[in-house]
Unconditional design. Structure first.
Length: 126
């Protein structure tokens, strides 16, 4: 797998992890998406490893119950670097109080080595 298929697959796995419904599924999805030493960094978190990444995702899911993450715009990539936008959407009314963009670095096997996240829209209470 190369090029845009590789990038689209990596981003799809990323969203599977962020939208996993429970801790067990989240752990499996994180392992499928990230390398063992993978990292996640955004303005609110800086973690490494599957357990740390799963904990950040779990905390976000607890803070926003009834919401899911979805892609926003197109996925762009080159040289194992991918960028994309996303938003956190209410399943009740389709409102999206949080949005951002991420840049991810991929390992040779297509899993995520590092995520560099940016928050573009956040509610005042976050």
């Amino acid at each position: 797998m190369t090029g845009s298929d590789l990038y689209e697959t990596a981003v799809a796995r990323y969203f599977e992890a962020w939208n996993a419904p429970d801790a067990e599924e989240r752990g499996k999805a994180v392992a499928a998406a990230w390398t063992e030493d993978g990292t996640y960094t955004d303005p609110l978190a800086e973690v490494a490893g599957h357990d740390g990444i799963a904990a950040v995702i779990g905390a976000a899911r607890e803070q926003f119950p009834g919401f899911s993450f979805r892609p926003l715009g197109t996925v762009e990539g080159h040289h194992m670097i991918v960028r994309f936008g996303w938003e956190l959407v209410s399943e009740a009314d389709d409102g999206a109080p949080v949005a951002g963009s991420d840049v991810i670095e991929l390992a040779g096997d297509g899993r995520i080595r590092a995520v560099h996240g940016f928050l573009d829209r956040v509610p005042a209470e976050v």
